[in-house]
Design a protein around this ligand. Structure first.
Ligand code: NAD
Length: 509
C-alpha cells in the first residue's frame, strides 16, 4: 500500500464544523475558497463526511428536550444578547462576506442588517407563541391551541447571502424551541462560522445550534436521517425541487425556495429617471447575484424602451466596478471562476440568439485585480420570450430589455414565465399599479420599488417554481413552519356532576 502523499493544505486555515458548542476539524475532501477580487485561494473548507453530519444531528437531538422546555422569555433573552453581539461584530462579518463572496462592503453590511432584523423579530417570541384560548367551549370545558416545536430542524443555504439567508431560518427555528443543523454554502462559509461562535457567546446551550460545512453528501445525510423533522432550503430551482421531493418522501416538513427571473415593467407614464436608477441598482447590485435582482425590464411601447435603453447605456458607462473592499465601487466580482465563465457563456448565447447587446462587459479588466472574477455590466435590447437568455436564470450582471405592446402584454409575459419570485412596476397610474398588484402571479410585488424584499415581520417567498412548499421564510409563516399545532380540550368535573357515557359524536352543547 503506498503512503498517503503529504497534504499541501494548511489545516489551520481550513474552515471546519461547529458541533455541540465546539469547533470540529474534518479533513474529508477540503475544497479551496478563493477571494473573488484577486482569484487567489485564501483558505479551504472541509466537506463533512456522513459521520460528521450524524454527529451534528445527534448533538441537536440531545439538546432538544431541555431547549424545548426552556421558557420562551429565557430564549428571547439569549436572542437579545445575540443581536447585541452581532451588531458589535458587524464589521468583521461584513469583511468576511466581501472576502469570500466579493460583494461591496456596504452591500455586505446591508445584507447583514436585513438578517439581524429577523433576530429582532425572534426576540418577540413569547408574544408570537401565545396561541389561542377559548373558555367554556362546552359546560365546564375550556380549549386552547399550542405551538409546539418540531425537534431537530436543518437549514441548507446558498452562496449569495451567506449571513442573511441562514438568518431567515435559525433565529426563528431556535426561538420556537427547535434545535438546528445549518449547512451553509461551501463557497463562503466564514461569515456563518463567526455567527455560530457569537451565538454560543450569547449563552445558547451547546447542541442547540450546529453548523456543518459540506456538499451533497452532507445534504443527503440531513435529508435521509429520521431524526431531522423539517428542512428549510434556499438555492437554485433544480436543487430546491430535489430537496423538496426527497425530504417530503422521507416524511419531513420542507420549504424549498428556488431561483428567479424577476421582471420590472416600465410603463410609458413612469418617472423614467427614477425607474432607470432603480433598474441599475436592482440589476447590477451584488453583481446580479440576488434572488430578487431584476434581470428583465419590460418596457411598454418602443418609445419607452428607446429612452430606457439609452439612459441605461449612459449609466452603465459610468458604473464603477472593482474590489468589494473599496466602498466607492458599485459592483464587485462574481463569486467563482466557474460562475464567471457560466455567465459569460450566457452573454455569448444571447448574441447568437439574435438579441442586441448594447453594453458588453466581457472585456473588462480591473487594474491591479487582473486575476479577479470580474465581468462588467451587460445590457441586451430586443430580447424575446423564446430566447434562453430570457427563460433561464443567469445570476450575473446581465439585464434583458423586452419590448411589450401594453400592460396586459407585459403581465402575460410574467405570468407565463416559470419563475414567480419578485416583480415590480414603474408607473404614475394608481389604477394600473393596483391592477398589476392584484393580478400578477408572483409572490412579492413592488410598486415603484425595485427590490420588494419583505421586512422581517412579513414573510418572504415566491410563487410557481420559485418555491416548493406551502409556507414562506421568516415572519409569521416561520412560526407556523417551525411549530406543530396541538389543540387541547379540558374538563374538570365540579359540583358533583358525574359523566354519563355518551355514544354520539360530541355536538352542540
Ligand atoms: P445551489 O442550489 O447551487 O446551492 C444551494 C445549497 O445547496 C448549497 O448549500 C449547496 O451546497 C447545496 N447543493 C448544491 N447542489 C446540490 C445537490 N446536487 N444536492 C444537494 N445539495 C446541493 O445555489 P447557489 O448557487 O448557492 O445559490 C444561487 C441560487 O440560489 C440562485 O438560483 C438563486 O436564485 C437562489 N436563491 C434563491 C433565493 C430565494 O429566496 N428564492 C434566495 C437566495 C438565492
Amino acid at each position: 500500500m503506498s503512503a498517503r502523499p503529504a497534504s499541501k493544505i494548511d489545516v489551520a486555515n481550513v474552515v471546519g464544523h461547529f458541533i455541540n458548542g465546539v469547533d470540529v476539524a474534518d479533513d474529508n475532501r477540503p475544497e479551496p475558497i478563493s477571494n473573488p477580487a484577486t482569484g487567489k485561494v485564501t483558505r479551504h473548507v472541509a466537506m463533512a463526511s456522513q459521520q460528521t453530519v450524524e454527529n451534528a444531528i445527534a448533538a441537536a437531538a440531545a439538546a432538544f428536550p431541555a431547549w424545548r422546555n426552556t421558557p420562551p422569555a429565557k430564549r428571547a433573552r439569549i436572542m437579545f444578547r445575540f443581536k447585541q453581539l452581532l451588531e458589535e461584530h458587524a464589521d468583521e462579518i461584513a469583511a468576511a462576506i466581501t472576502d469570500e463572496h466579493g460583494k461591496v462592503l456596504d452591500d455586505a453590511m446591508g445584507e447583514f442588517g436585513r438578517g439581524v432584523e429577523v433576530v429582532d423579530y425572534a426576540c418577540g417570541i413569547p408574544e408570537l407563541l401565545k396561541g389561542e384560548y377559548t373558555r367554556n367551549v362546552g359546560p365546564g370545558i375550556d380549549s386552547w391551541s399550542d405551538h409546539q416545536p418540531l425537534g431537530v430542524v436543518a437549514g441548507i443555504t446558498p452562496f449569495n447571502f451567506p449571513a442573511m439567508v441562514p438568518m431567515w431560518m435559525y433565529p426563528m427555528a431556535i426561538a420556537c424551541g427547535n434545535t438546528f443543523v445549518l449547512k451553509p454554502s461551501e463557497k463562503d462559509p466564514t461569515a456563518p462560522m463567526i455567527v455560530a461562535h457569537l451565538f454560543k457567546e450569547a449563552g445558547l446551550p451547546d447542541g442547540v445550534f450546529n453548523l456543518v460545512n459540506g456538499d451533497k453528501e452532507a445534504v443527503d445525510t440531513l435529508l435521509n436521517d429520521a431524526r431531522v423533522q423539517a428542512v428549510s432550503f434556499v438555492g437554485s430551482t433544480p436543487v430546491a425541487e430535489y430537496i423538496y421531493s426527497t425530504g417530503t418522501k422521507n416524511g419531513k416538513r420542507v420549504q424549498a425556495l428556488g431561483g428567479a427571473k424577476n421582471h420590472a415593467i416600465v410603463m410609458p407614464d413612469a418617472d423614467v429617471d427614477n425607474a432607470v436608477s432603480a433598474l441599475m441598482g436592482a440589476a447590477f447590485g451584488s453583481c446580479g447575484e440576488r434572488c430578487m435582482a431584476i434581470s428583465v425590464a419590460v418596457c411598454v411601447g418602443d418609445e419607452t424602451a428607446d429612452i430606457v435603453v439609452s439612459k441605461l447605456q449612459e449609466q452603465i458607462a459610468n458604473l464603477k466596478v472593482g474590489a468589494g473592499t473599496d466602498n466607492t465601487n458599485q459592483m464587485g466580482p462574481l463569486v467563482t471562476k466557474v460562475h464567471l465563465e457560466k455567465v459569460k457563456d450566457y452573454v455569448d448565447l444571447g448574441v447568437n440568439e439574435g438579441a442586441n447587446l448594447v453594453a458588453d462587459g466581457r472585456g473588462l479588466v480591473v487594474a491591479g485585480h487582473e486575476g479577479g472574477f470580474f465581468l462588467g455590466p451587460c445590457l441586451f435590447d430586443k430580447v424575446t420570450a423564446d430566447m434562453r437568455i430570457y427563460q433561464e436564470e443567469i445570476f450575473g450582471p446581465v439585464l434583458c430589455v423586452v419590448r411589450a405592446e401594453s400592460e396586459e402584454h407585459a403581465m402575460q409575459l410574467i405570468d407565463d414565465h416559470e419563475y414567480g419570485n419578485g416583480t415590480c412596476i414603474f408607473t404614475r397610474d394608481g389604477e394600473a399599479a393596483r391592477y398589476f398588484a392584484d393580478n400578477i402571479k408572483v409572490g412579492m410585488v413592488g410598486i415603484n420599488v425595485p427590490l420588494p424584499v419583505p421586512v422581517a415581520y412579513h414573510s418572504f417567498g415566491g410563487w410557481k417554481r420559485s418555491l416548493f412548499g406551502d409556507l414562506y421564510a421568516y415572519g409569521p409563516d416561520s412560526v407556523r413552519f417551525y411549530t406543530r399545532r396541538k389543540t387541547i380540550t379540558q374538563r374538570w368535573p365540579s359540583g358533583g356532576v358525574r359523566e354519563k357515557a355518551q355514544f354520539s359524536f360530541p355536538g352542540r352543547q
